[in-house]
Design a binder for this molecule. Sequence first.
Ligand SMILES: Cc1cc2nc3c(=O)[nH]c(=O)nc-3n(C[C@H](O)[C@H](O)[C@H](O)COP(=O)(O)O)c2cc1C
Length: 199
Amino acid sequence: MVTASCCGDKCTDQAAGKNNNETAMNTTMNDLLTRRSVRSYTDEVPPMEVIEEICKAGTYAPTGMNRQAPIILAVTNREVRDKMSQLNAAVFGMDSDPFYGAPVVLVVLADTTAAMTWKEDGSLVMGNLLNACHAKGLGSCWIHRAKEVFETEEGKAILRDLGIDDTKYVGIGNCILGYTAGDYPEARPRKENYVYWIK
Ligand SMILES: Cc1cc2nc3c(=O)[nH]c(=O)nc-3n(C[C@H](O)[C@H](O)[C@H](O)COP(=O)(O)O)c2cc1C
C-alpha cells in the first residue's frame, strides 16, 4: 500500500490503497460475523495449498511473549483421521463420528513448558484456523476432547511418531474442516448484556 501523501499519480494510488484496505477490513469483519460451526461435510478433501494457507493463518495468531507454544497436526490422511475420530468418540462414549464426516482435522496442541499462556495461545490458534477456513469458503468446527485423546497411549504414540515430546504437549482442540454439505447454519441470537460499556 502506498502511504506517501502528495499529489498526482501517488495521490490516486494512495486513494486506491485506502479503498482496498477498507474493502479488506469489511471482508474481515464480515467473515468474523458470519463464521458458523458446520456439522455436515462432503468427503472431498480441499486442495493442499488451501489447507496450508489455513495452517499458516494459525501460526500467525498472537502468543504470550511470542513463545509460539502451540503446534498444529494437519491430518489429511484418512486412516489417521479415522483413528483420531475413534479415540475422540471413546472419550465421550459415543458411537457416531464426532468429526461429522469432515475429511480433514487440524489438531492444536501446546507446549506447557514454553509459556504460562499455552492454553490461551492454543485457543487463539484455534480461532485463527476456524476463521481462516471460513475466509477460504470452507466449513469448520471446534471439536473438543483433544486433551483427553492425547493423554491416551494411542494418542501419545501419534505424537512420538512425529518426534513430538508427549510429556510436554497438551491437546487444545480439533479444527475439523471441509466442504459444507447442506445448508449453512445461522447464528443464534447474542445474549443480553454481552458488552458492558465503561465510557
Ligand atoms: C471450546 C469449544 C469446544 C467445542 N466443542 C465442540 C464439540 O465437541 N462438538 C461440536 O459439535 N461443537 C463444539 N464446539 C462448537 C460450539 O458448539 C459452537 O461454537 C457454538 O454452538 C456456537 O456456534 P457457532 O460456532 O456456529 O457460532 C465447541 C466450541 C468451543 C469454543
